[in-house]
Design a protein around this ligand. Structure first.
Ligand code: NAD
Ligand code: MG
Length: 329
């Protein structure tokens, strides 16, 4: 694996060019402010009535309507929510694309699954920080950066990679290290990670543990502390020192129980389910499901959100967290 650092990237590649950041949320504000402070001409694209306009203007940035920003720009980074991107692209960006313009994304979903199909004479790059925008901004201000990915989807100019690296330098990413990937790899691993482990796997593991204890007659408050609250403690240790670092810090009883009994819980059934998830990501089944769900105004999505709000673990959790003065509202 090749890593790129500051010395591998040249900010001068972006000299005399204008970067349009469409959207000013988590990623958008960080990219716009970091690039601007790196000496690059930035305009922010937000349509009239968007509440983020005031924030961007207050930060001293030039804010234009989406289409005006796209028209002015040499590099257009699309940082609106992934489900909205195809509409914004068709309406506000495509009409202003001309040969030589670079289209950029921070996630590969719409390009990889053909929801956006740019003209062949447009460079298409990805610069994707591996962290939320607020960390991207904070690390930049502290003189550091967040490790990031770059990928090239189309490269008619032959310069797509140096542009992606220059952009990565402008947001501070090359201070930490940049890895080259592909749209396919970024999209499929991102979806798999969030479904199988980060957002799906962990939450269901927590819920299953909580329900097992409660159904066996233990107090739900005890189940909440053991199966949810203490997750942070363990994850912080894993984050800092890997799995071994975590096991070093817990008791021998916890280490033995974890090493020997963990594989009993996450056995073949779970591993086969993970393979099925990955397969559905690779063959587009999940993408189709998610795209159609959005077209239908999210009936399943809304129902699952409601079911979670009504779940016992959420009710108990809200009560217990109100006892924890250090948790901000
Ligand atoms: P976000 O929801 O935080 O912000 C979206 C922004 O788009 C907001 O400013 C919103 O007002 C604006 N917006 C909504 N509709 C718009 C429209 N029609 N025209 C212009 N602006 C509009 O989104 P985010 O989390 O910053 O995600 C942006 C992209 O970055 C996505 O592709 C996402 O996958 C990617 N990404 C996010 C993270 C993360 O941690 N949040 C990390 C890496 C990559
Ligand atoms: Mg991710």
């Amino acid at each position: 694996m090749k890593l790129y650092y500051d010395k591998d990237a040249d900010l001068d590649v972006l000299k005399g060019k204008t970067v349009a950041i469409i959207g000013y949320g988590s990623q958008g504000h960080a990219h716009a402010l970091n690039l601007s402070e790196s000496g690059i001409d930035v305009v922010v694209g937000l349509n009239a009535g968007n509440p983020d306009r005031q924030k961007a203007e207050a930060a001293g940035l030039t804010v234009l309507m989406n289409d005006a920003a796209a028209k002015k720009a040499d590099i257009i980074m699309i940082l609106v929510p992934d489900q909205i991107q195809p509409v914004v692209y068709e309406k506000d960006i495509l009409p202003h694309l001309r040969a030589g313009v670079v289209l950029a994304f921070a996630h590969g979903f719409n390009i990889h699954y053909n929801q956006i199909v740019p003209p062949a004479d447009i460079d298409v790059i990805m610069v994707a920080p591996k962290g939320p925008g607020h960390l991207v901004r904070r690390q930049y201000q502290a003189g550091s950066g967040v490790p990031s990915l770059i990928a090239i989807h189309q490269n008619p100019s032959g310069r797509a990679k140096e542009i992606a690296l220059a952009y990565a330098k402008g947001i501070g990413a090359t201070r930490a290290g940049v890895i080259e990937t592909t749209y396919r790899e970024e999209t499929e691993t991102d979806l798999f990670g969030e479904q199988a482990v980060l957002c799906g796997g962990i939450t269901e593991l927590i819920r299953a543990g909580f329900n097992t204890l409660v159904e066996a007659g233990y107090q739900p408050e005890m189940a909440y502390f053991e199966c949810l609250h203490e997750v942070k403690l363990i994850v912080d240790l894993i984050y800092e020192g890997g799995l071994g670092g975590m096991y070093y810090s817990v008791s021998d009883t916890a280490e033995y129980g974890g090493l020997v009994k963990g594989p009993v819980v996450i056995g073949d059934e779970v591993k086969n389910a993970m393979k099925k998830l990955l397969h559905d990501i690779q063959n587009g089944t999940f993408a189709t499901e998610w795209i159609l769900e959005n077209r239908a105004n999210g009936p399943t999505f809304n129902a699952y959100r409601r079911l979670l709000r009504e779940d016992k673990i959420e009710k108990i959790g809200a009560e217990l967290r109100s006892m924890m003065s250090w948790l901000k509202k």
